[in-house]
Design a protein around this ligand. Structure first.
Ligand SMILES: Nc1ncnc2c1ncn2[C@@H]1O[C@H](COP(=O)(O)OP(=O)(O)OP(=O)(O)O)[C@@H](O)[C@H]1O
Length: 594
């Protein structure tokens, strides 16, 4: 009996082994199958793309009207490199379009001009009422028939516009209809009218402006944007154009999925037009943030007076409280020479608009703001952008700093960096999808003293760009340089490389790990500041745990005294970024602590 049991057991074991081998073989074949499918798909997509007209060069039926309309309405005499190709692709109506052009790159024209050529109207979804009002104002000035529907629209206005949406008569009351995403997500009546317009063939195109807002992986997610997926389902035949200035590829993929646009590598996939992000007139610098708040204010005031007296600029801060504090300090320290306004989400719409208007009219020089001072800020002569604290992501930083120098003239983007700001930001980022990864990338940017800033941006935004078939990635704006050439003007390009010293921090890291292990043994949590102060000065004594860890091997404590607190903070952040350390969060009723 026992022998029979043994035989069965062995047979089972043998069968298990066979199953494992077969499973392995299956996975291998499945992998191969997927690779062949992907290859075929990509070849088909390439062939299909090759069969498309040359949108940059070819003449189309609508071609003669484009320069005339551009001149008549916008006084534009020549298109920027990608604009014509994008407009032609849109008017050809064969594919969806994803447009990534730098801030101030001229995205609006890419959908506004086609709207004038086509017979119906274009629906534009835009995230903010202020942005919509701004666009409507400028389009009216340009003599373009335009309308908008927002929460502030009166009942009569809504009725008039909704009736016009399905009105068969020409000329149309509007060629562009701007709405906030809430209209799509929440107004059944509006969607019913849109369906009628679609059935009559009046809905020419759907434009999603600031499309990165769809993705939770991006830096500016808006829940109502996610609900825009309904548009492709309800209006499957209407081409979609999504536009943004800031979109790493993983975010773009997510946006395409949400909006129901086909991936670029598929046959009839979305055409992606992307110009280099780099703006050659922007000088990027990271400045070590002085030790005390007082020193920071003084540095800011001196720097502005020395370099940009009476010029327009923005200072971004993390909190509303900081905006008024910094504005007051700068005014006082400059004896009233730097006139500042504040801008944050707690202000009334009127107060916000007043700050913005005074700044545009140069009645104030500097707007000290939170990130609420965001999309749609278009003051061409902005000469500098200072960041009092690093932003939570590179996308955010690119967008905020990109508000400088829209007139094409030289402007500076200064980022104050101190490692101790990171835990504060991490506690905010922890609740966001990919929040810690985004922050890590930003910290890496700030702690890099050698790589050209332009290359850092491009590596971040284009790191898996090879997988995409992209039009015009290299035919960017004026003075474009190739992606891998350093910009020559940023702080890292200008720095004498012999002044950058490298340190082997292995021993110090071991000390730190020893400290952390000891803390773990006694189940004690510490903040970064406390950890560093123990690491630098009093070792385990400072943490009152030395008696509990007598069995640990003796390692020299504390750390080498040559390092400043700021350097040690950078080391901790570096070790977190490299994955050697991981921060931990716990939440109290009042705060989340890192
Ligand atoms: N071909 C062109 N020639 C000259 N000026 C142009 C051209 N195209 C656009 N512009 C101007 O450039 C400015 C910026 O354009 P636009 O507002 O469309 O930028 P954007 O890409 O939408 O920027 P953002 O990302 O900030 O929204 C506008 O004043 C616009 O009139």
């Amino acid at each position: 009996m026992d022998q029979r049991l043994q035989t069965i057991q062995q047979e089972i074991k043998g069968l298990d082994q066979q199953i494992a081998q077969l499973n392995q073989q299956r996975a291998k074949l499945q992998n191969e199958w997927q690779q062949i499918l992907d290859q075929q798909r990509s070849q088909k997509a390439k062939a299909a793309k090759a069969a498309l007209p040359d949108y940059q060069q070819q003449a189309f039926a609508w071609s003669p009207s484009l320069p005339l309309l551009a001149l008549k309405h916008w006084h534009i005499e020549a298109f920027r490199p990608l604009q014509l190709a994008i407009i032609n692709t849109a008017l050809d109506r064969q594919r969806d379009l994803f447009v990534v052009l730098p801030t101030g790159g001229g995205k609006s024209l890419c959908y506004q001009l086609p709207a004038l050529v086509e017979p119906g109207f274009t629906l534009v979804v835009s995230p903010l009422v202020s942005l919509i009002n701004d666009q409507v104002y400028h389009l009216k000035e340009a003599g373009v028939p335009v309308a908008s529907l927002t929460a502030a629209s009166s009942k009569e206005h809504v009725k008039r516009i909704q009736d016009a949406m399905v009105d068969q008569h020409t000329p149309r009351l509007f060629k562009l209809l701007y709405v906030t995403p809430e209209k799509i997500a929440n107004s059944k009546r509006f969607m019913a009218k849109l369906s009628q317009a679609y059935t009559h063939g009046f809905l020419d195109r759907i434009v999603i402006d600031e499309a990165h807002c769809c993705s939770q992986q991006g830096h500016d997610f808006r829940p109502d944007y996610k609900k825009l997926n309904v548009l492709r389902t309800v209006f499957p035949k209407v081409p979609i154009m999504a536009l943004t200035a800031t979109c790493p590829w993983h975010v773009m993929k997510d946006v395409l999925r949400i909006l129901g646009m086909p991936l670029p590598q598929h046959e009839n996939g979305t055409l992606v037009y992307s110009a280099p992000l780099y703006r050659p007139n922007l000088v990027y610098k990271v400045v070590p943030k002085p030790e005390t708040a007082d020193l920071v204010y003084q540095h800011m005031a001196d720097w502005i007076l020395e370099n940009y007296k009476n010029c327009s600029g923005i200072i971004y801060c993390l909190t509303r409280k900081e905006t008024s504090l910094i504005a007051g300090e700068l005014y006082a320290r400059s004896q009233g020479q730097i006139r500042c306004g504040v801008y944050h989400s707690d202000m009334t719409e009127e107060d916000k608009e007043e700050t913005h208007a005074m700044w545009r009219r140069n009645q104030i020089h500097v707007v000290v703001a939170t990130i609420a001072f965001g999309m749609g800020i278009n003051h061409l002569q902005t000469r500098f952008i200072l960041h009092h604290t690093i932003p939570k992501s590179i996308e955010g930083y690119y967008q905020e700093s990109g508000r400088a120098g829209r007139d094409g003239k030289r402007a500076e983007c200064l980022l104050y960096y101190r490692g101790q700001d990171v835990p504060r930001l991490a506690s905010m980022a922890v609740t966001e999808v990919q929040g810690r990864d985004n922050l890590n990338a930003m910290v890496n940017y700030a702690q890099d003293y050698t790589t050209c800033r332009k290359i850092l941006f491009e590596t971040y935004f284009y790191n898996d760009a090879d997988q995409w078939q992209i039009y015009g990635q290299h035919d960017g704006l004026v003075n474009e340089t190739t992606p891998n050439e350093p910009c020559t003007i940023c702080d890292n390009c200008s720095r004498d490389p012999t002044t950058v010293t490298t340190h082997d921090i292995t021993k110090d890291t071991i000390t730190l790990i020893y400290l952390l292990r000891a803390l773990k043994q006694v189940n004690q949590r510490v903040t970064m500041a406390k950890l560093i102060s123990a690491w630098k000065s009093r070792g385990l004594k400072a943490l009152q745990v030395e008696t509990l860890i007598q069995n640990q091997p003796l390692i020299r404590l504390p750390v080498n005294k040559q390092y400043t607190m700021a350097e040690l903070e950078n080391m901790v952040n570096f070790l977190i970024h490299q994955g050697y350390l991981q921060d931990d969060y716990h939440f109290t009723a009042y705060a989340s602590i890192v």
